[in-house]
Design a protein around this ligand. Structure first.
Ligand SMILES: [Zn+2]
Length: 213
């Protein structure tokens, strides 16, 4: 009768010891899981021998890789979706028009000589005077192609321009008219910018007024 409690005691002690070991093991797993994000780099997983390096060395390697893989800072701020009117303030002188020649343009004005600004972050892809005498400036990026007419433009083809960067001044070059529809060629009237915006994602012109809302 004396042996039985001893056996029970031994069984109980073994059970508690087993439980304590389990708890300790579980805590170890938790700790391993909680530190996993720090070690869970593609490099370390792909190359198990990297794990053997000290943390300091691994961090240095990762920092070096990050530095070489980072794109130039300039391209980070070169948002192709950003778009704004070419003036700080302007008056709409004609709503969407020009569908007969493939435009959905607006005419806007801030007066003779007003500073024109690039409506997008892009590159000047064309600058010419068309058959009607319209000075024509084209700025584009991977999303937008912006066409502006009638101004005196001071940028050149191939030049990279930032949103809001001055690109010229408002004028009346080419086919512009006064309030009565009379040509302003050689006259001091008809100053404005004809602005057409093509969205390459849609494959269509878009109403600039909707973009500027
Ligand atoms: Zn127009």
């Amino acid at each position: 009768m004396r042996r039985q409690p001893d056996i029970l005691s031994i069984v109980a002690i073994c059970f508690f010891a087993f439980m304590i070991l389990n708890v300790l093991r579980d805590r170890g797993v938790e700790r391993a899981v909680s530190t996993q994000p720090f070690e869970n780099s593609a490099d370390l997983q792909a190359q198990p021998d990297e794990v053997m390096k000290t943390a300091g060395q691994s961090e240095l390697l990762l920092l070096e890789k990050a530095a070489t893989q980072q794109p130039p800072a300039a391209s980070l701020s070169f948002d192709p979706e950003a778009i704004a009117p070419p003036y700080d303030h302007y008056t709409l002188t004609q709503g969407p028009h020009g569908q007969s020649y493939g435009h959905l343009a607006i005419d806007i004005s801030d007066g003779k000589g007003a500073v024109l600004k690039s409506p997008i972050n892009g590159v000047v892809t064309a600058l010419f005077t068309d058959d009607l005498g319209n000075t024509t400036l084209v700025i584009e990026n991977e999303i937008y192609q912006v066409i502006m007419l009638h101004g005196l433009y001071t940028v050149s083809v191939g030049e990279q321009v930032a949103l809001g960067q001055p690109i010229g001044k408002e004028s009346n070059q080419g086919n512009t008219v006064d309030a009565l529809g009379r040509s302003c060629r050689g006259r001091d009237c008809g100053y404005h910018t004809h602005l057409n915006i093509f969205d390459k994602r849609l494959g269509a012109n878009v109403n600039p007024l909707e973009l500027f809302q």
